[in-house]
Each structure stands twice: as C-alpha cells, then as structure tokens.
Design a protein around this ligand. Structure first.
Ligand SMILES: [Zn+2]
Length: 459
C-alpha cells in the first residue's frame, strides 16, 4: 500500500496542483512551427517547477527544441527510474471549434479543457505531483529518479535518437516508464507492450518527358497513372494480404494466449464502424480479429495518389509523372531495412518498360515489444490496481512511439507504457481535455509505482 502520508498529501493539495497544471497549459508550446515562442518558456517553467520540489533540473539542448531533465538521488541503495513525458503540443486549429481557448485552461463537468491537457502535460503533472508528495510529506523519494521531458514528440522526435546516444550515461537507469498514452476504455487502465514500427515512402512513376496528347500518343506510350495504379492494386491479394515477397518473414505469430486475452477486451466493433461511418470494419487480412489486425499484423496503406488532370471538364492528356505515398506499419520481428529492400525489388518488378521509378524514404522506425514480466511491469500493475481498483489490461497499439524502441535499443530499457488519457480526450483535436479524476488517481498510481519499484515487491 502507498504510504498514507503521501496519499493524504495528494488528497489535500489538489487545488494547488490543478492551478499549477493550468499555468503549464497556458504556454503555447507548439513544436510544429518555424518560430515557436512557447517551447522555450515552457521548458523554463518546467525546470523551475522541478527545482521547487527538490530536483536538480537542467535544460538540455538538442538539434531542435530542448529537453528538460530533472534528477533526484535517493539516499543509499535504490533503483533508478527514468520517466519520459513531453511538453510540446499539437497546433490547436481549427480554433473556431474550441468551446474555450486552447491555451485558456477551463474546467467543465470534471474535465480540464486545454491543448496538452491529456497529451501530455497532464501526464507530466501527474509525476510532478507524486514527486512533490514524497518530497514534502515524507523524507523524499524512495527511488533515484530521472524525469526526461521532450519538446519535439509531436513532430516525430527528429532529434531524440541523437540526444539519447549523446546522453546515454546521464540517462542510465534500472527501469523506465513512458506516460504518453492511456486507458483502453473508461474504467479499463492499460499497459501497452507492443507498438508497430513504420516506414513511410513516396514512389514516383515517370513516363514521357512532358504531358502529352491522349489521342496522338494514346496506344503509343505507357501511361504512368495506369502503371502506378496497377502497382497499388497489386500490393494486396483478395484476402487482404500484402503480396510483396518476404513481407511476412519474421512476423511473430499471435500467440494463443494473446488471442484469448484480446478477445476478452470490451471492444465494440459495431460502435467503431458506426463512429467511422462505415458498414463494417473489413480492412486487413482475413482470419484475424480487428485488434489482431491492428496490433499484431503488419500493414501497407496507400496514403495518397496524385498525377494527371483533375480540374473541371475534360483535358485529354497522358501525364508525364504520377506519385503515390505509402506507409507500412511493421510488427516484431520485422526489420525495416529488409522490408524496404523487398519494397524496392517489388517496385522494380512492377515498373513496366517505358516507365522510370523513383523511391524516396521519409521515415523508418522499428517495431517494439517490451518484456511483460519485468520488476517495473509488476510495480506498474500493482500501482494501477491500487490507484484505480482494477488490474490493467495488457494491450498492443497500431501506432508508433519511436522513443520506446530507442529506449530499448540505446538505453537497454524495456519501458512500461502507462498513462491516464481516455479514448474521448480529443487528442490532437479541438477541445482536448483531461478527466480530473484520472489526474488525481494517476498521481496515486505514479507514487505507488515508485514505492513498489523501490521495494521491488511489485505485488
Ligand atoms: Zn503525446
């Protein structure tokens, strides 16, 4: 059980903690603009707040927005916990759809509305609250702590890998927690243990050196639009499988255990279909459930197709060039480099005579699975049970959080992905919010996790 003094401190300081979170939310720390004026001041505020609760805080430069690192040394022998959150936010537009301003935090019906409330300043606040409670209510934190707060998560963490490589020693730890995601559903806390990786690429097919007359040259040259459309169509067979040779090499099978556990989750397929305005969720491979297809199977999606004439009326032309954008989501143990080599071969084989192809790679990151039986995982599960009264469900996620794989590869840490956001928090959308109940319980969870880790009892 969590130290009652720590718990009581959290209980009696809610008002102060809420106003502190509101202060942080007033900074427009948008990383996706050329001249951000909110990131630097927000980083300063975080460093000051860390110092006020007894941490040593440094603002560390990266190739872009700085990171803030707070540290605390517990007396004697204790494990070191590395915590990751981010302070940058998505742009708030469309502004007209916000009920109250995105940088004017407002409480309505038990929810705090502001850009960043749930993603991810509220989750950072949850840790700051737990840290403060230990520092003020008892002798101090029971673990050595390193709290890393990134400033470029929302633009894909372009400088994180270099930062981790450069600060490997400084960030060394025994366990890591990433608080940037959340619950599976209301009342269903979750720990994510599998994330998909991604390759994003662009493919251009070029035919004639200029747009040409579809009568004069029709039947004479190969139309790049037809050739590229054929390639896109050839990427999947009629059972939804990706046809690129070698694509499924090394894909770890969905275990019977996982299959059974995921089947028990309260996932409402009809409701999701309705929300998306479709009759049925029929994407991906036949023979797998929706969650299996999304969490444990790799996919290839065409994200955009352009070329030729699409203005009003007719224009009888064969275009010179056409472009398709693709994103591939990868699962363990697929290797992005090998997959890209297979894609290149596939493209060569599907490029007809008379067409030149060119591939541009925009992003690659590897899939990741973390150990589910580590001391940190046990500490996290017990902390969730104590704070929310229910065991977390163990889930996958179809998206990518590159820092998780980087922690594993560079720092040798299998992070516990544990957060408090809810599916209806409007992340990245207008009226982003955080349920205050999640914040209060989340701080208890964070505090319990530190204690469980120190005791290494994890429940
Ligand atoms: Zn986030």
């Amino acid at each position: 059980m969590l130290n009652p003094k720590v718990k009581a401190y959290l209980q009696t300081h809610r008002e102060a903690h809420l106003s502190s979170l509101c202060e942080m939310l007033r900074f427009p720390s948008i990383s996706n603009v050329s001249e951000p004026d909110g990131c630097g001041p927000c980083a300063e505020w975080i460093a000051e707040t860390m110092r006020a609760i007894g941490l040593q805080a440094d603002i560390l430069p990266t190739g872009g927005q700085p990171c803030v690192l707070g540290q605390w040394r517990a007396p004697g022998d204790a494990p070191t916990l590395l915590i990751y959150c981010h302070y940058d936010v998505q742009p708030p537009d469309p502004l007209a759809e916000w009920v109250t301003g995105p940088f004017e935090p407002t409480v309505r019906d038990g929810r705090l509305y502001a850009r960043g409330a749930s993603d991810d300043k509220g989750q950072l606040m949850m840790h700051l609250m737990a840290i403060e409670a230990y520092q003020r209510a008892v002798a101090g934190l029971p673990v050595h702590l390193k709290l890393l707060v990134e400033g470029e998560e929302e633009i894909g963490s372009p400088n994180m890998e270099a930062f981790l490589l450069e600060n490997k020693e400084r960030l060394s730890a025994d366990a890591a927690i990433i608080s940037d995601l959340g619950f599976f559903a209301e009342g269903r806390p979750a720990i994510i243990y599998a994330l998909r990786g991604m390759c994003a690429l662009e493919l251009t097919f070029t035919g004639p050196n200029r747009d040409v007359h579809s009568g004069i040259e029709g039947g004479v040259i190969v139309n790049p639009l037809h050739a590229l459309s054929s390639l896109v169509a050839a990427c999947h067979d009629d059972r939804g499988r990706v046809t690129i040779p070698g694509f499924y090499d090394n894909v770890a099978a969905v275990s019977d255990e996982e299959r059974a556990a995921w089947a028990k989750l309260p996932f409402d397929e009809a409701a999701r279909a309705k929300d998306l305005g479709v009759d049925v969720l029929a994407g991906g491979e036949k023979g797998y459930s929706v969650l299996e297809r999304n969490w444990a199977r790799p996919t290839l999606e065409c994200n955009g197709l352009s070329g030729g004439y699409s203005g009003p009326g007719a224009k009888t032309v064969i275009p010179s060039r056409t472009t398709a954008k693709f994103s591939l989501r990868l699962v363990a143990e697929q290797d992005p480099k090998r997959i890209l080599a297979s894609v290149e071969r596939f493209v060569r084989e599907h490029t007809p005579p008379g067409i030149r192809s060119e591939i541009t790679i925009h992003a690659t990151n590897a899939p990741v699975r973390v150990a589910t039986d580590s001391p940190a995982m046990r500490a996290g599960r017990a902390a969730v049970l104590e704070a929310f009264g229910t065991e977390p469900v163990m889930i996958g996620c179809g998206a990518s959080v590159p820092v998780t794989e980087q922690f594993q590869r560079i720092l040798g840490l299998d992070a516990v992905m544990l957060g408090i956001s809810l599916p209806d928090d409007n992340l990245h959308a207008p009226n982003e919010c955080l349920r205050l109940e999640q914040l209060w319980n989340g701080a208890v969870m964070a505090a319990a996790l530190y204690q469980n880790l120190a005791r290494n009892d994890g429940g």
